[in-house]
Design a protein around this ligand. Structure first.
Ligand code: F6R
Length: 243
């Protein structure tokens, strides 16, 4: 696991965008793993900037999302498929049909999880997976004590996650979904290159535990210590508790 500490988030964005540029130059048909949330936004903005400058094309690439709420209608603006389109994929030349997330509207949600892992496998696996670490060390919706070997599956959202996310549903807890489909930690570990970002003091303890602590389900992102090609990019605040 390589840890890179940068002064500013824009520096992290440039660095990670360089990894995308190298990958897409080498393999225009690359398979990208995308995360929602605030952390990757500077990276997405930098990728859009390079795309608009004519330096980068996603036209032949494909993308898989990390997770999706269960039960939100197809046209709901907070579906992660809609969020990623606003934040990134709809701003570049990625084919909308080539961007997929777990099917949170499936009748059989257990089968939908299995099908999602199979779709990733059938696409040849994820070449570059971007990840944002949660302040408790979660990755995707793999909260503390999630199995380190888990696959894409149905999960119940914790009360804290639902409260944290209520701001996206007009502050109305009753409107926040109760379940999600999330890539498992085992699924994430199969990506060829995993890039985990952490910004700000609120992520400092999680970064310390996941980078320097024991590999443990208590801090889910610690599993990346066992990933053959993981890069952790943090700003000085998030790195402030590293030894
Ligand atoms: C995103 C995701 C989450 C976030 C994490 C950090 O698809 O599944 O794991 O990456 O909650 O969120 P932010 O980036 O908003 O701090």
């Amino acid at each position: 696991m390589e840890v890179i500490v940068v002064e500013r988030r824009q520096d992290a964005a440039a660095l990670v965008a360089d990894a995308y540029t190298a990958l897409l130059t080498r393999t225009p048909t690359a398979v990208l793993g995308l995360a929602t949330g605030s952390t990757p936004l500077p990276v997405y903005d930098e990728l859009v900037r390079r795309h608009d400058a004519g330096d980068l094309s996603f036209a032949r690439a494909r993308a898989f999302l990390l997770d999706e709420y269960v039960g939100l209608p197809a046209d709901h603006p907070e579906r992660y498929r809609a969020v990623i389109e606003r934040d990134f994929t709809g701003r570049v030349d990625l084919d909308p049909a080539a961007v997929v997330g777990p099917d949170g509207l499936a009748q059989d949600l257990d089968a939908a999880g299995r099908d999602y892992d199979e779709a990733i496998r059938a696409a040849g696996g994820i070449d570059l997976q971007i990840l944002g670490i949660g302040s408790d060390g979660h990755l995707a919706f793999n909260m503390p004590m999630s199995s380190l070997a888990s696959r894409t599956r149905l999960k119940t959202l914790t009360p804290r996650t639902r409260e944290d996310n209520a701001r996206f549903f007009d502050g109305d807890l009753d409107r926040v979904p109760t379940h999600c489909l999330t890539q498992g930690l085992g699924t994430i570990m199969e990506s060829r290159h995993a890039v985990m970002l952490g910004f700000g003091r609120a992520k400092a303890q999680a970064i310390r535990e996941c980078v320097e602590g024991a590999v443990s389900a208590r801090w889910p992102a610690s599993i990346l210590q066992l990933h053959p090609h993981a890069t952790v990019v943090v700003d000085v605040e998030a790195a402030s508790q590293l030894g």
